[in-house]
Design a protein around this ligand. Structure first.
Ligand code: NAP
Length: 267
């Protein structure tokens, strides 16, 4: 089993990553950052997002493991003081895994070739200085004309990230779906949107057709693209999935409780 270590620039992450490297060497576990079967991230959920982007062309061969150097995150099952236990789990690895849905993003431009992206958390389309106006289709049906700051389309695992900040629902990652949440929609007697998040099933898709071009901010997870001449964006549940090595059971709702409520939670 070949293992890669992917850490962020933080001092603590660098230190933990060095320790982990040495423990893997001592345990005779091969380290291969170019062609790994397991990618261990050291940092936070943001670090896992960066590793996902780095290795997304080889998702079918990779399982991810997240080590958090702060609080436990949504993609990180291990704390930095547990790397001895993690190495033991790697030694007794029997390919146990769990996988989650991703977001397939296809963009057409007025002035460039189409592009395809994969998102682990979400993709957003925003216009900050002026109102963003876009037709929103669900499947082939025109659903609404959105006016406001923007729209956030997220995966179930991304539902606890940006989506939650803009009033979206938290979705259990076992549900293969995608969610569209509004960012500051304009609603009055003239303009109307649904004004609540929409969750669509895996056989459906959402298309945005902005009615003006230019000065958009388009994002895919951590990547942000400015001033793209966007003609259309089609979102659907991707064929690809992200796979995590599952060495221990971390209950999703317990994680949500710990992250956002912090009260004692009975298993
Ligand atoms: P960042 O601005 O440095 O951090 C964003 C925060 O979101 C971090 O605390 C990160 O956790 C957390 N996070 C990332 N994925 C999460 C998930 N699936 N569930 C719950 N929390 C999550 O940005 P970043 O670390 O590069 O991450 C990019 C992400 O930031 C985007 O995908 C987007 O979801 C999020 N974001 C949120 C807002 C907002 O809430 N208003 C605005 C822009 C972007 P860690 O501390 O563990 O890394």
């Amino acid at each position: 089993m070949r293992v890669a270590i992917f850490e962020n620039d933080g001092k603590k992450s660098q230190k933990v990553s060095k320790e982990l490297y040495q423990k893997l060497v001592d345990a005779h576990i091969p380290i291969d950052n170019d062609d790994p079967e397991i990618v261990i991230t050291v940092g936070g959920d943001g670090t896992l997002l960066a590793a996902f982007r780095n290795y997304q062309d080889n998702l079918q061969n990779i399982r991810f493991v997240g080590v958090h150097t702060g609080h436990l995150g949504f993609y990180t099952d291990w704390r930095d003081d547990e790397i001895d236990d993690l190495v033991i789990s790697l030694q007794s690895d029997n390919k146990q895994s769990i996988n989650y849905p991703l977001l397939d993003v296809k963009v057409e431009y007025y002035d460039a070739e189409p592009e395809k992206f994969l998102a682990l958390n979400e993709s957003t389309l925003k216009r900050i200085n002026n109102t963003m106006v876009t037709d929103v289709y669900i499947g082939d049906q025109l659903f609404e004309k959105f006016r406001g700051d923007g729209l956030c389309i997220s995966t179930p695992t991304g539902s606890t990230a940006y989506n939650k900040s803009v009033g979206g629902a938290v979705i259990h990652p076992g549900l293969e779906s995608l969610q569209m949440a509004e960012i500051a929609s304009i609603n009055n007697r003239v303009f109307r949107t649904l004004s609540s998040p929409v969750i669509v099933a895996s056989n459906d898709w959402i298309t945005l057709k902005p009615t003006q071009s230019g000065d958009f901010i388009f994002s895919v997870d951590q990547e942000i693209y400015h001033n793209k001449q966007i003609k259309m964006i089609k979102y659907r549940v991707a064929k690809e999935r992200i796979c995590f090595a599952k060495y221990r059971h971390n209950d999703f709702w317990k994680r949500v409780n710990e992250a956002f409520i912090g009260s004692d939670y009975e298993d």
